[in-house]
Design a protein around this ligand. Structure first.
Ligand code: HEM
Length: 118
């Protein structure tokens, strides 16, 4: 948990520098036809290569590993699980971790694979 937690912290710092502060190298920053900043173009260009998409997909795998154990651990820590409910909470936590992983990872992967075109 400590290692996946530290990796997620590093990802979040990078993610804010990347998409919110937009200071990471190699970013494509353009405005759309109405003059508004084009977030889609930024995201699409960031995930058009294997390194950018792979980094985010790998970070989402770390998020999956963290939540796979972390959700049931959270319920135990706060005294919200007992011997009867723990198996259900554990399974539900793993399902939530998987759904989040598939949903988040689908963004870089569908751009990398050309399913979504920039
Ligand atoms: C593949 C996965 C992800 C993609 C493609 C993605 C994409 C984005 C984009 C495009 C922005 C900037 C939005 C804007 O400026 O209008 C953003 C902001 C942000 N993202 Fe993500 N994100 C992902 C995963 C995550 C995860 C897992 C977390 C948290 C653990 C997260 C937390 C944030 C935060 C805190 C912001 C700043 C919000 C703000 O600027 O108002 N993101 N993300």
């Amino acid at each position: 948990m400590i290692w996946t937690g530290l990796l997620l912290l590093a990802f979040i710092v990078y993610h804010i520098l990347h998409f919110t502060m937009r200071v990471t190298p190699g970013l494509t920053l353009v405005n759309d036809a109405s003059g508004h900043f084009d977030v889609f173009a930024m995201v699409a260009s960031s995930f058009s290569g294997f390194s950018g998409a792979g980094l985010y997909a790998a970070a989402m795998a770390v998020l999956f590993l963290h939540l796979y154990h972390g959700i049931q651990s959270l319920f135990q820590t706060f005294g919200l699980a007992n011997d009867n409910s723990l198996p259900t909470i554990t399974t539900a936590g793993r399902v939530v971790a998987l759904v989040l992983f598939l949903g988040f990872a689908s963004i870089p992967l569908s751009i990398l694979l050309g399913i979504i075109k920039g």
